[in-house]
Design a protein around this ligand. Sequence first.
Ligand SMILES: [Zn+2]
Length: 237
Amino acid sequence: MTDADLAAPTCLARPLPGELDTPVCAAARGADGRPLHAAALKFFWGPMDCGKSTMALQMNYNHARQGRRGLVTTRIDRSLGPRVTTRIGLAHDAIEVTDDLDLRALVRGRWAEGERVDYLICDEASFYSVAHVEQMAELVDHDDVDVFAFGLATDFRSCFFPAAQRLFELADEVARIQVEVLCWCGREGLLNARVVGGRVVREGEQVVIGDTVPDAQVRYQVLCRRHHRAGDLGPRP
Ligand SMILES: [Zn+2]
């Protein structure tokens, strides 16, 4: 091996944090002039209350601190507005994802206006459409935009949300969020039960807005698999 082999490469395909403006060779830049860094599609999933939205905002904060610029999107946030809100009080303005919103057009439109977009934070991604997930993959592969998606894996019947399933199929990296949510019995909470009139229901629309307060007409409660299957909500508080 010669000294030349050991020399630092002249093309920095993956700039270190804070070095996004490091000069790189032309081949390592995208069409918009940004340095390419091998973007990735990552899906972080877990049941209600496990801190997904908190982690989404933390991720946004971390990347912004490194000088990167991103967009935050959501759908059916608990605030029912175009915001990401968290149970522990953090909040951030967000773009509401509707069926006719094209995430590729969203990013490319911002670029056309001269705005930098290095990444997307997609909260409540299980409520997006499968087409949105395909758009995320294209943004990663074609435009070198990182996409960090956060959401539930399964619905109240313990079946995949279509978008979540597609994320499991396509994501470069899938991670279960490791904040323990416990069932009333003390086991790890895994599944979201829909509770209507005090009973666990297993039929109905896949997405129904509910609450987590005990006396809501439609509410959701995290249960272990055993008690989700049994429909056992535990002793009344
Ligand atoms: Zn249980």
